[in-house]
Design a protein around this ligand. Structure first.
Ligand code: ADE
Length: 241
């Protein structure tokens, strides 16, 4: 999978070199390209923002630097030349714009995105990106506004990193033990059951005896009950949407 990230803070993404994602990049499963949005700003101060039309607080990201950098990415990845208002191709790159105004990011979405060939993350700052950027690129590729949750971050960088990690680990060939993916939180619509390892007693706290019984049927039933109980207590919205 090719991942392009457009940001005014390229150094935010140095973290992609470490951990599992670092390994995936070394092995060629993931190829990342970080683009500095300011490379698309051609004035002396490399300006990327301006005051909002209609007034209001904060600054809005100007469309021209986005156009310059996103055009460059599309050209580089061999996407067809633009035909405004033509039908959006079903394949090709997918532009993800992290935004608290977007659709909710879920494990299901991460699973779908793991099959994409190319994801482009457009990290906005300030009060967001001029709407015409989304409008224009919607005619050249699929575009999704995606929110991490109902809270506001300072920009799309942290949200992009979270999504890249959630998607990256689901790319076929990424995780050492595929079973660990099946059993984790959200994979069956429930939260994960609690886990224990040695020693069997720690500070007078015992591991639930069923886990030491060797009875796989009983263990599996107990774990499922724990999942339901935990989900009911912590996230009843998952059981009764
Ligand atoms: N940018 C700012 N807040 C965000 C959020 N909650 N999710 C995704 N991107 C964001």
């Amino acid at each position: 999978m090719r991942i392009d990230i457009v940001t005014i803070f390229p150094e935010f993404f140095d973290i992609l070199d470490v951990s599992l994602l670092g390994k995936a990049r070394m092995s060629g499963l993931i190829e990342t390209h970080i683009h500095d949005l300011r490379d698309g700003a051609h004035d002396k101060h490399r300006t990327v923002d301006d005051t909002p039309y209609g007034g209001g607080a904060g600054m809005v990201m100007k469309p021209e630097p986005w156009g310059f950098v996103l055009d460059g990415i599309l050209n580089d990845s061999g996407s067809p030349t633009p035909v405004l208002h033509d039908e959006v191709p079903s394949g090709g790159p997918l532009l993800i714009v992290p935004s608290p105004a977007g659709e909710q990011f879920t494990q299901g979405m991460a699973r779908d995105l793991a099959h994409e060939d190319q994801l482009i993350f457009a990290c906005g700052r300030y009060e967001g990106i001029d709407q015409r950027v989304v409008d224009y690129y919607s005619s050249r590729m699929r575009v999704r506004l995606v929110s991490l949750g109902d809270y506001v971050l300072n920009g799309g960088e942290v949200a992009s990193l979270a999504m890249i990690e959630a998607v990256g680990r689901l790319i076929p060939g990424m995780v050492g033990n595929p079973e660990s993916l099946v059993e984790e939180s959200h994979e069956n619509g429930l939260l994960e059951y609690p886990s224990y390892t040695k020693p069997s007693v720690w500070r007078e706290l015992e591991v639930p005896p069923v886990l030491l019984s060797g009875n796989h049927g009983a263990i599996s039933t107990w774990r499922h009950e724990q999942q339901i109980e935990r989900t009911r207590r912590v996230r009843p919205d998952l059981l009764f949407p």
